[in-house]
Design a protein around this ligand. Structure first.
Ligand SMILES: [Zn+2]
Length: 373
């Protein structure tokens, strides 16, 4: 729900445009007060009628109902008894996409529910929830964020554990699963490139890079989890994450290794697999990933290269960006959109990560690579 009678002023040429938002349970009304007279066609207008133009003097006032209202958090529940870990269910009255990340000190998982209104302090729902049974979720707190509304859900955990946040299937809410796994090798961060309104490259058949990247990262997370590796994702759903935030996330949770998953594109017709790294300490991981991907995917070898990408440059542990294949190559687009091929890519990445975590060559880097703010 929009907050009642909120007014925002934005630059409009040399003057200011004011936007007044009114909210109620069913819909919102936005009133744009323009400092100059404009014609209706001058306004980029994604919203359909009804739409009115009028107002005295040099001010036109446009009123239209907002088609979507902001979601509201209705209830929060924790199941701590599950053998695999704990589940947090957040019920909302309209769809919401969680932005999930974790912080190391003290260990907690943060879910930002953008635009979702936080239950009022005076309401029935408590802002702090302490589960009756002990488990991977120790406490849940809800705090309002942002001028335009939003709820931050802080989930206290005993240690950084792998988690998966997603929209609840068949419902408007959000589910957070926290897996109870002993971190045998420390934490690995996988980064599914792009997301949300940044699709990455797009194949001729309409395959979106962000979807392939996420599918491969989720599959690799599951494979690594089965080997006792705590694997966290910079995004576990379809949302845009800032490149610097992705690197910060890996640094903040003290990741041992970082792998960013991408698909390639070229102006010329190109094909094949390649890997990128910035710091020399990342070279062994880049070599292993490239070798495993070539064996698993069978695409041409485009080599291992150095780069200055934000996610490989700003991360403080061995970090590699891999380009699985070319999405703008028709043959490779068919492969990239195939779940079996995605599974092979995930297995290749997992084998390389496990090899580096277990291998002698990485030991020095691993023991000194932990960074917690
Ligand atoms: Zn990409």
């Amino acid at each position: 729900m929009l907050s009642l009678a909120r007014t925002v002023k934005e630059p409009f040429g040399c003057r200011r445009l004011s936007i007044r938002a009114l909210g109620h349970a069913a819909a919102g009304i936005a009133i744009l007060t323009l400092p100059v007279i404009v014609s209706r066609s001058a306004i980029a207008q994604p919203l359909a009628d009804p739409f009115s133009v009028g107002g005295p003097g040099s001010t036109d006032r446009l009123t239209f109902p907002l088609p979507l209202r902001s979601p509201a958090v209705r209830s929060v529940a924790v199941e701590n008894a599950s053998l695999s870990g704990s589940v947090l269910r957040i019920d909302t009255d309209a769809p919401v996409t969680p932005i999930a990340y974790c912080l190391a000190d003290p260990p907690r998982i943060v879910l930002d529910l953008v635009r979702a209104s936080c239950p009022s302090v005076s309401g029935d729902m408590p802002h702090t929830l302490t589960p009756r049974t002990a488990g991977a979720i120790e406490r849940v707190r809800l705090v309002p964020i942002g001028a335009d509304g939003g709820t931050r859900v802080l989930v206290d955990v005993p240690m950084l554990l792998p988690f998966h946040a997603r929209r609840t299937p068949g419902s408007t809410g959000v589910t957070l699963e926290v897996f109870r796994l002993a971190p045998r090798y420390g934490i690995v961060v996988l980064d599914a490139g792009h997301g949300g309104d940044e699709p990455g490259c797009v194949g001729r058949r309409g395959t979106l890079e962000k979807d392939v990247n996420l599918s491969v990262a989720l599959r690799a997370q599951a494979i690594l989890a089965s080997h006792g590796v705590v694997c966290l994702l910079t995004r576990s759903d379809d949302f845009a994450a800032d490149l610097w935030d992705r690197a910060y996330f890996a640094n903040e949770c003290g990741a041992k290794l970082f792998v960013s998953v991408h698909c390639n594109a070229s102006q010329r017709q190109a094909s094949g697999t390649e890997a990128y790294y910035t710091s020399p300490v990342s070279r062994p991981l880049a070599d292993r990933i490239q070798t495993e991907m070539l064996m698993a995917l069978g695409r041409p070898d485009r080599g291992v290269h150095t780069c200055r990408f934000v996610v490989t440059r700003e991360t403080e542990m061995p970090a590699v960006l891999c380009e699985l294949a070319f999405l703008d190559n028709e043959e490779e687009e068919v492969l990239l959109s195939n779940p079996d091929f995605q599974g092979k890519a995930a297995e290749a990445i997992s084998r390389a990560v496990l090899g580096c975590l277990r291998g002698d060559g990485m030991r020095d880097t691993l023991s000194s690579g932990v960074f917690i703010r």
